[in-house]
Design a protein around this ligand. Sequence first.
Ligand SMILES: NC(=O)CC[C@H](N)C(=O)O
Length: 198
Amino acid sequence: MVLILDFGSQYTQLITRRVRQLGVLSLCVSGTAPLSSLTGLRPRAVILSGGPHSVHASGAPSFPEGFLDFAAEAGAHVLGVCYGMQLLVQSLGGAVEAGERQEYGDTEVEITATSSALYGESGVGNRQSVWMSHGDEVVRLPQGFEVVARSVQGAIAAIEHREKRFYGLQYHPEVSIIYCFILSSWIDGDGFKLRLLC
Ligand SMILES: NC(=O)CC[C@H](N)C(=O)O
C-alpha cells in the first residue's frame, strides 16, 4: 500500500490515481492527520504531495511529529513531491528559500548522478522534460542527501538519500505532458517495485 499525504496540491488526486493505475492500493489522507489515525498501517511507500504554501509561511502544513519514524518503522520509502520535498528537506535540517528563478510548466531537467535510485543507471547528462510548478527551491541539503538532477536553470530538481530511502522531486511526475515518458521512481522493498508512470 502506498500512503499519500495531501498538502493541498491540485495534483494530489492524480498521484493517487497514478498509483492505483499501477495496480497498487493507494490511500490518500490529510498531510496533517494525527499519527494515531495511521496506527496499524504499514505502507510500502509514502508520497508527500505538493501544496500551495511556502514551508516558511505561518501555518504551513506539515506531517505530524514522529511521522518519519513511523515511515522508517514500516520500512517505507518516502518520496516528497515539490512542497513535499521542501518539507522533507526543511524537517531534516536542510534549507529552502524563495527562488530567484520560479519555474512553471514544461521544463528540462538534467540528470547529474551516474547512478541513482530515481533514474537508475541512466547516465549523467541525460535530459527529461518535466512539469514544474514552484516558487521556492531547496538551497541546502540535509546530511546524507545527494542531488541527482537539476533543472537547466540550475535549480535542484531531484534528491535522494538511498540508505534512508528518502527521495525528493521538485517537479511533478504525476502530471503527464503530451507525450508519455517514464518518470522514474523506483520504490522497492520486499521485491516490490513501483514505477510512477506519467
Ligand atoms: N507545487 C508545489 O508544491 C509548490 C510548493 C511551494 N508552494 C512553491 O511554490 O515552491
